[in-house]
Write a protein that binds this ligand. Sequence first.
Ligand SMILES: Cc1ncc(COP(=O)(O)O)c(C=O)c1O
Length: 420
Amino acid sequence: MTDTLAIHGGKPLRERPFASWPEFGEDERKAVTRVLESGNWGGHPSPNQEALAFSREFAAYLGANHVVPCTSGTTALLLALQAARLSPGAEVITTAYSFVATAGSIAQAGQLPVPVDVLESSYCIDPDAVEAAITERTEAIVPVHLACSMADMDRLEEIARRRGLVLIEDCAHAHGARWRERAAGSIGDFGCFSMQSTKLLTAGEGGAVSARDDANAARLWSLVNCGRKEPGYDAFPERLLGHNLRITEWQAAMLREQLRRLDGQHARRSAAVARLEGLLADVPGVALLEADPRVTRRTHYQTLIRYDPRAFADAPRDHVLLALQAEGLPCFGRFYVPLHQDPLFAADPATNPAVGLGLDLREADFPVTARAAYHETFWLPHEVFLGGEEDVRDVAAVFARVQREAASLRERPPEGAPRR
Ligand SMILES: Cc1ncc(COP(=O)(O)O)c(C=O)c1O
């Protein structure tokens, strides 16, 4: 008996929404009131308290020496690149598979982003490709801990140390992830976090930079605050052209409350993802991205599912994606345009400052990135795993239904482009 897929007019398998994000309660209400009544709403450092408290609490959570809060993940990257004092036009090696801000911030800081391909196993930057891309002009590496993976920090730390390069971790997806028990953001010279609405730790907007060295931290505190030398940093000898990238007390207070929820949410998601893994074992052609045992705490900003079209009547990934979405499953396919194919990085100096620096990606070929983006992955957002067991069963049932009926996708290919 055929079961008409929702994309072909059948009843969607899941009609209720999945869990919503963010989670909040009385503690967040009290935090907002606390800030309101303090009359002290603006940016840190002084005389404000919430930002300073968040900085200390998040540093303790990460086991990092310093955390400087700021306005976003994009500005966190910009701040780290500036605090690292890289030469104008220096080459900075980064991954081809990330959000535009990863490479964009490098160009905005006045350096040249040099993208390289990712590893099949994690979709994070390939350390061999990093080694091969190093020139005498290379000064930094910016790996991204993508989705539910971590970059190979054993190799990257060793390469950075041996070649004298600054290591800046983009941790926008990885609040609390751990590599051999060291938190993402506490391993490199800097770690850059985004607290934008979709992220695992959020205040709607916001960011933070962790830093290992005292001097880098002092620069960061100055750079976020218009280049000022705040009380406590009088001994800081440098004069920096800074920005106003100060986090507000509202955001910092919210982040303090959200941080208290974070580990509980990680545990709930991990349990749900493990359940899904068990259920998907019965569905041909889809499997969770394998876990790396060196990641001693895996976090799930997005859960990556690898797709094998042979078990789906050779239907292209994007047709299956449209069918999954029509069944009521929030999920994505491409997620990011590979950097070398992003028109922003096309050779147009009017739109891309990196072109003026010599970036030309027209000949670039990053096959693993291209496969990940266009052919072989599904991305499931983290809130899908914050509901109950029934939600996980529905996720698996949606995949199972589309797999069983995949031949109909070949016969009647869905029209339109999937969201991301
Ligand atoms: C990998 C990565 N880096 C950087 C950023 C930038 O963060 P924000 O949006 O807070 O500026 C994001 C945000 O989505 C991201 O996913």
